[in-house]
Design a protein around this ligand. Structure first.
Ligand SMILES: [Zn+2]
Length: 330
C-alpha cells in the first residue's frame, strides 16, 4: 500500500473496529492515487469474519482463510457487488442492479458491500436512482464510491457520503519516497503526472504520446495515431495540456527546449520524438503565440468534455486536432 494511503487505512480501521464506519463512503483523489487498492482492502476487511489487527498502527487486515475471505478470493463472495461499466456512462440500469442487490438479505448474514469505481460516470438519472437507495432506511450495506473527479459528482451524492480525500505525495516528498533522486522523472514530479511516474507501463504510454504529439506539432505527421491515443488513453488530454505548458515554458526559457529534448530521449539512445539519435535536430517548435493559442484550444476542448454528460468525445478530439492544424498552418 502506498505510504499516503496508510493514514486512511488507520482511520478506516478505527471506524470499522468501533462500528462507526459510514454506510456510504467516497474515496476521491487524482488518477493513480491508489484509491482502488484502498477500496479493495476495505472491502476485504469489512467482509472478513476473523479480521486481524497485527501491527502497532492498528491497521486491520483480512485473515485470508475464513469462508468469506476464501469466497472473495474465488470471486464468488455472494454479498459483494462491484459495478463497472464499459460504456461511457454508468446508467440507471447499472444502479438498479445495486438496488436489487441491496434489497435482498445478505447470504452470509453480514453487511453487503457495493463497490462503484468511476462514480463520476453516473448519469444524472443514475445518480438520482442511487440517492433513493442511499436513503433506504435500515439498509445493512456499505457502499464504496471511488472517483477521480469529485466535481463531476452531484452534490446531493457527495453530501450523503463520508469523503476520504486521497492525496498522494508530491514534489520532493514523492521523489524521495520513490528513491529516484535527480533523474529525468524530476521533470514530472507533480501530482498530476503521478501515474506516469509510478507505473512503468503508463510511463511508456506517456513517451509514446509525447512522441506522436511532437511529430504532429513539428512535422504535421501522425495525426491518426495521435487521435487514436486521445480516444483510447484516459490520461491523454491531461498529457496534452501538460505538454503544451511545457512547450510554452521552453519558449520562455523556463525550461530550455534542448533540456526538454533530452528528457524525451529514450533509454535506447533514440529520440522518442523522431527516432533520431540524441543531438540530431528534431525541428523547431511553433512560436509562443501559436503554442498559447493551441493551449487555449486544448483547454476549451477539455472543458467541453467535462461539462457535457453525453458528449461525443471522438468527434471533439478530431475537431481539436483539425483546429490545431489550421492554427499551425496560419
Ligand atoms: Zn477472513
Amino acid at each position: 500500500m502506498q505510504t499516503w494511503l496508510v493514514q486512511h487505512q488507520k482511520l478506516l480501521s478505527q471506524q470499522l473496529a468501533q462500528g462507526r464506519l459510514a454506510h456510504a463512503i467516497l474515496l476521491a483523489g487524482v488518477a493513480g492515487a491508489g484509491k482502488l487498492s484502498l477500496a479493495n482492502w476495505l472491502v476485504q476487511v469489512v467482509l472478513c469474519r476473523q479480521v486481524q489487527k497485527n501491527n502497532d498502527q492498528g491497521i486491520l487486515s483480512p485473515c485470508n482463510s475464513c469462508k468469506a475471505c476464501r469466497l472473495y478470493h474465488q470471486g464468488s463472495y455472494p454479498d459483494f457487488l462491484s459495478v463497472t461499466s464499459d460504456s461511457k456512462n454508468i446508467g440507471v440500469d447499472d444502479i438498479r442492479r445495486i438496488s436489487a442487490f441491496v434489497e435482498t438479505t445478505a447470504h452470509l448474514g453480514k453487511n453487503k458491500i457495493v463497490l462503484l469505481p468511476m462514480a463520476e460516470k453516473m448519469t444524472t438519472a443514475a445518480a438520482n436512482a442511487l440517492l433513493k437507495t442511499l436513503e433506504e432506511p435500515g439498509l445493512s450495506c456499505v457502499l464504496i464510491l471511488v472517483s477521480d473527479d469529485l466535481d463531476m459528482l452531484l452534490p446531493t451524492i457527495t453530501s450523503r457520503c463520508r469523503l476520504y480525500d486521497i492525496r498522494p505525495l508530491s514534489g520532493q516528498a514523492l521523489l524521495e519516497s520513490l528513491n529516484r533522486g535527480q533523474t529525468q522523472e524530476n521533470l514530472f514530479a507533480n501530482v498530476s503526472q503521478l501515474p506516469e511516474l509510478t507505473d512503468e507501463q503508463v510511463h511508456e504510454q506517456f513517451r509514446q504520446f509525447t512522441a506522436r504529439l511532437l511529430d504532429f506539432i513539428i512535422k504535421r505527421q501522425n495525426r491518426g495515431a495521435l487521435l487514436a491515443l486521445l480516444n483510447e488513453n484516459t490520461y491523454a488530454f491531461r498529457w496534452l495540456e501538460y505538454m503544451l505548458v511545457t512547450m510554452a515554458r521552453s519558449q520562455y526559457n523556463w525550461l530550455s527546449w534542448s533540456a526538454l529534448r533530452v528528457k524525451l530521449v529514450t533509454a535506447e539512445g533514440k529520440s522518442a520524438a523522431t527516432g533520431a539519435a540524441p543531438g540530431d535536430a528534431i525541428g523547431q517548435l511553433p512560436d509562443s503565440e501559436t503554442i498559447w493559442q493551441i493551449y487555449q484550444l486544448v483547454v476549451g476542448c477539455i472543458k467541453q468534455l467535462k461539462s457535457m454528460v453525453q458528449v461525443n468525445a471522438a468527434y471533439l478530439s478530431e475537431k481539436l486536432l483539425v483546429d490545431i492544424e489550421t492554427r499551425l498552418d496560419k
